[in-house]
Design a binder for this molecule. Structure first.
Ligand SMILES: [Zn+2]
Length: 129
């Protein structure tokens, strides 16, 4: 009888935070590329730039999810993302878009740098039967 051989070999590799250069020992299974290790080290790092980058990414994901849920076609989503980009670049102060048939979309960035997307219904849903 032979013992079972452990197939997955745990390794300790080193990754570097892309922002502060701090090195980190990372337990990996199998070999990871330096880029993957650096991305993991950056993700674990608590330096201000890494934390800000994580926050920014989370915020972008949140915006993407909202836009995808609220705007039906890919073209509409692209248009909203373009509007957000132009607001971020300070090209425009706000956008107001009339969305057929009964919605008005307002997009702006407030003084604390928060992005707002407000979808307002201009007509009430009413049934009289
Ligand atoms: Zn760092």
């Amino acid at each position: 009888m032979s013992d079972n051989v452990e197939i997955t070999e745990k390794k300790e590799q080193i990754g570097t935070c892309l922002y502060c250069g701090q090195e980190r020992h990372i337990q990996t299974i199998g070999e990871l590329s330096p880029a993957e290790l650096d991305a993991m080290a950056t993700d674990m790092c608590l330096c201000i730039d890494a934390v800000n980058a994580k926050r920014k990414k989370a915020r972008e994901e949140k915006i993407k999810e909202f836009v995808k849920k609220k705007f039906i076609t890919p073209e509409m989503c692209d248009y909203i993302h373009l509007s957000i980009e132009l607001l971020n670049d300070k090209c425009f102060e706000e956008f107001q878009i009339k969305q057929y048939p009964d919605k008005v979309v307002k997009i702006w960035i407030d003084n604390d740098d928060f992005l707002h997307i407000r979808i307002k219904k201009t007509e009430d849903d009413e049934l009289k039967a």
